[in-house]
Write a protein that binds this ligand. Structure first.
Ligand code: FAD
Length: 418
């Protein structure tokens, strides 16, 4: 889809802004962003200060547990992982370690993406059970499975763009193991519905459930749903429950344990980086430099915004043409807190070329699609800091437990210094 370049001045009033985005992107599907999910750093900081890390450790697996709901803010860079972890270390000390471990999952998946590149969209290793090959049925997207639990998960996904981690696991396991859907199709679909949609966290989680990035498939039963989700769904459900069985019975019913003959180990391609790379995010943009703000760095305090260079954000249909309306509105909320950013709609390469500055800088990313849309620019990719000062072998990156074994002492060490 090509589109003439257009400059967008965001309304300062939030309701006008929501309407403005609705008008600018008539193809964007789904409802408006709800009040609860207002985008931007201001809201992210409020959530950060409300964290109860002790309650989190106790209750995070429960649907009504004290989870942070920070993922859309971390995904879009409103908060950095560093400052989030540092705040928890300061406020909760060692009692914050469970939450720090969960936050580290985000860093871990990102390291895997940097290392293996587009290979993360293929099976990372042979699956331990025969994978499904069915297409994603329409009744999933329509939320008409007949199972109240699954329909409610799809409903909150489509209304809010957010689903609790445990519910994501149940949903993904149902789609893969009961419906035998091809994991890539299902993962692509889910990523497109989420406010925090992120290729690495999403696709690698699906592979963990499928068993192509883990030792065994993840599955659950009715008892597990009731334990962590309560009775409310089951009490309303009128169909014969496919989850009402012991784990042993389900294992017999669901899995054929021979790996599929056609399954191939991943080809471990490195992410292609064609442009110049600079190792320091404190690199200062001068007046000859244009800062390209992309969707992973939407914070007014981003280090690349401290210089004097012009700043541009581009709603590029090649990147965002399939994103739901609420996620575009979430980004608009974030951008409304960055007044120095010029906002454009159109092709990234064309908008960047329309600026007089010869040099463009941006924060490095493992996302090849972001790199591809800016491929014509003379770009310097500034390295984003990783959460821990550590290097990992391919072997260590193939399991979170190995990554965590290496970084946990660092998390402790930093805690002791704090
Ligand atoms: C099938 C499936 C798909 C997923 N897709 C995504 C996705 O596209 N984007 C995404 O950010 N997360 C994804 N996750 C991970 C996780 O479900 C969400 O990060 C989490 O539910 C966000 O809610 P929260 O902020 O309240 O999390 P909390 O439990 O409060 O955790 C705090 C933060 O730690 C990070 N985190 C916690 N658990 C995980 C995890 N398992 N993987 C990665 N990061 C984690 C997130 O940044 C999160 O915001 C997926 C999980 C599954 C099972």
């Amino acid at each position: 889809m090509t589109q003439p370049l257009a400059r967008l001045t965001l309304a300062t009033d939030r309701y006008e802004r929501l309407a403005q985005i609705r008008d600018c992107f008539p193809q964007a599907t789904g409802p408006d962003l709800t009040e609860t999910w207002q985008g931007g750093r201001h809201m992210a900081l409020q959530r950060l200060s409300a964290i109860d890390a002790v309650a989190y450790s106790r209750s995070r697996n429960h649907l009504d547990g004290a989870v942070t709901r920070l993922s859309p803010y971390l995904r879009h860079g409103c908060l950095s992982l560093h400052e989030t972890v540092a705040t928890i270390q300061k406020d909760a000390g060692s009692r914050g370690l469970k939450l720090i471990a969960e936050l580290s999952y985000r860093d871990y998946f990102r390291q895997v993406w940097y290392r293996f590149g587009e290979a993360i969209t293929q099976m990372m290793e042979p699956p331990k059970v025969v994978p499904g090959e069915n297409s994603l049925p329409d009744f999933i997207a329509q939320g008409f499975t007949g199972l109240v639990c699954m329909d409610e998960i799809v409903r909150s996904l489509q209304q809010e763009g957010y689903v609790h981690n445990h519910a994501r696991m149940w949903f993904a396991a149902y789609v893969l193991h009961w419906l035998k859907v091809d994991w890539r199709q299902a993962a692509d679909w889910l990523e497109q519905q989420l406010l925090d949609g992120d290729l690495a966290s999403n696709h690698l989680s699906w592979q963990w459930i499928a068993s192509s990035f883990s030792h065994k498939p993840y599955y659950f039963n009715k008892e597990n749903i009731i334990k962590f989700g309560g009775q409310r769904w089951c009490q309303q459900c009128r169909v014969l429950c496919p989850f009402d069985a012991s784990y042993e019975e389900l294992e017999q019913r669901l899995f054929t344990t021979h790996p599929a003959p056609q399954a191939t180990p991943s080809s471990k391609a490195s992410a292609t980086i064609s442009a110049q790379k600079i190792d320091d995010l404190s690199y200062t943009a001068n007046t000859d430099t244009l800062v390209w703000l992309h969707d992973e760095m939407l914070s007014p305090t981003h280090p690349l915004l401290t210089g004097h260079g012009a700043v541009v954000f581009i709603f590029d249909p090649a990147l965002y043409g399939h994103w739901p309306l609420k996620r575009l509105q979430f980004m608009a909320d974030c951008l409304s807190e960055i007044p120095q950013a010029e906002i454009w709609i159109g092709s990234t390469n064309e908008v960047l070329a329309s600026f007089p500055q010869g040099q463009v800088i941006s924060q490095d990313t493992p996302n090849p699609t972001l790199k591809a849309v800016a491929a014509d620019a003379r770009m310097a990719w500034i390295k984003e800091p990783s959460l821990y000062d550590a290097t990992f072998s391919d072997h260590e990156l193939m399991r979170f437990s190995r990554y965590w074994k290496k970084v946990e002492p660092l998390a402790f060490a930093e805690q002791n210094q704090a």
